[in-house]
Write a protein that binds this ligand. Structure first.
Ligand SMILES: C[S@@+](CC[C@H](N)C(=O)[O-])C[C@H]1O[C@@H](n2cnc3c(N)ncnc32)[C@H](O)[C@@H]1O
Length: 270
């Protein structure tokens, strides 16, 4: 990365290395290289309060891969809108989807300038013309849906992925209305896959981790209960086993099922 920490000179995409950002802290927990001292300090502070964080983040990535494999396979989905993409790691959505359905189209959306820098990698590692990237904020769903319509046909089923992002949208930003707007754009046969940090699992440790994160990071985390996470799926039919801790969502092995996790997740069909 450019040591000056700037992606361009325009301000809009300025990378602020002085304060932790979720994409880079997440990258740190996953063992990546796209993080700065402030991100590592926040990551370590969270880890000290909740030592299960690294296992939990890994279990969430595994959930993402299993959900995409289910969607592209059993559910027959060939269009994906992945909002809150993160810095590329292993098993990115298009890699998993295209390993099952080679013609699958994926539109990635993130608002972080470091993720934007990686967009070219995401785009060029795919079958040409099948992957697009939108630099946008989840709190502007109409902008996202309008731009994504250049690649995805919303008249046909689509999978909307909100993986480990809704805990970065506080109630002040009306998260249920935002997700409602996205759900309204989904044709019958579409799916919503969503996971977020729980407020009712290992409650004290995770709450302390949240307090530390919020004091050191740009975004404010809001954790939610099982009932609050389930509410995001209102109006849709939850695919069994419903909203569960992410390792419990169709685990591939006993070992995977036993992974430590403080996140609720699920997949539902319209
Ligand atoms: C914890 S990472 C999750 C990455 C990936 N989905 C995963 O589960 O591995 C959260 C990502 O959401 C992005 N994000 C957070 N709030 C957002 C918003 N309001 N609009 C768009 N992206 C957002 C962050 O920049 C970051 O890349």
């Amino acid at each position: 990365m450019d040591p000056s920490g700037r992606a361009d000179s325009g301000g809009r995409h300025r990378i602020d290395t002085s304060v932790a950002h979720s994409a880079r802290v997440h990258d740190y927990w996953l063992g990546g290289k796209d993080n700065f001292a402030a991100d590592r300090a926040a990551g370590d502070a969270v880890m000290a309060a909740y030592p299960g964080i690294v296992a939990s983040v890994r279990a969430n990535r595994a959930f993402l891969a299993r959900a995409v494999r289910f969607l592209a396979g059993e559910a027959g989905i060939t269009q994906f809108l992945d909002i809150g993409t993160g810095i590329p790691a292993s098993n990115n959505t298009h890699e998993v989807a295209q390993s099952v359905a080679p013609a699958a189209r994926v539109v990635y959306v993130d608002y972080d300038p470091v993720v934007l820098q990686h967009a070219r990698v995401l785009l060029t590692s795919a079958v040409p013309g099948t992957v697009d990237y939108i630099d946008a904020d989840l709190r502007e769903p109409d902008k996202i849906l309008g731009e994504a319509a250049g690649t995805l046909d919303f008249g046909r089923p689509v999978a909307i992925m909100l993986i480990a992002v809704m805990h970065l949208v506080t109630d002040a930003d009306h998260p249920y209305e935002l997700v409602g707007r996205l759900k309204a754009a989904m044709a019958p046969g579409s799916y919503l896959a969503l996971s977020q940090v729980a407020s009712d699992i290992e409650t004290e440790q995770v709450a302390e981790a949240r307090r530390r994160y919020n004091s050191l990071a740009r975004e404010t985390q809001q954790h939610r209960t099982h009932a609050e996470v389930t509410r995001f799926f209102d109006g849709l039919d939850l695919v069994p086993p419903g909203v569960v801790t992410v390792p419990q969502w169709r685990p591939g092995s006993e070992l995977e099922a036993r992974a430590k996790s403080s996140m609720w997740g699920g997949v539902a069909r319209r």
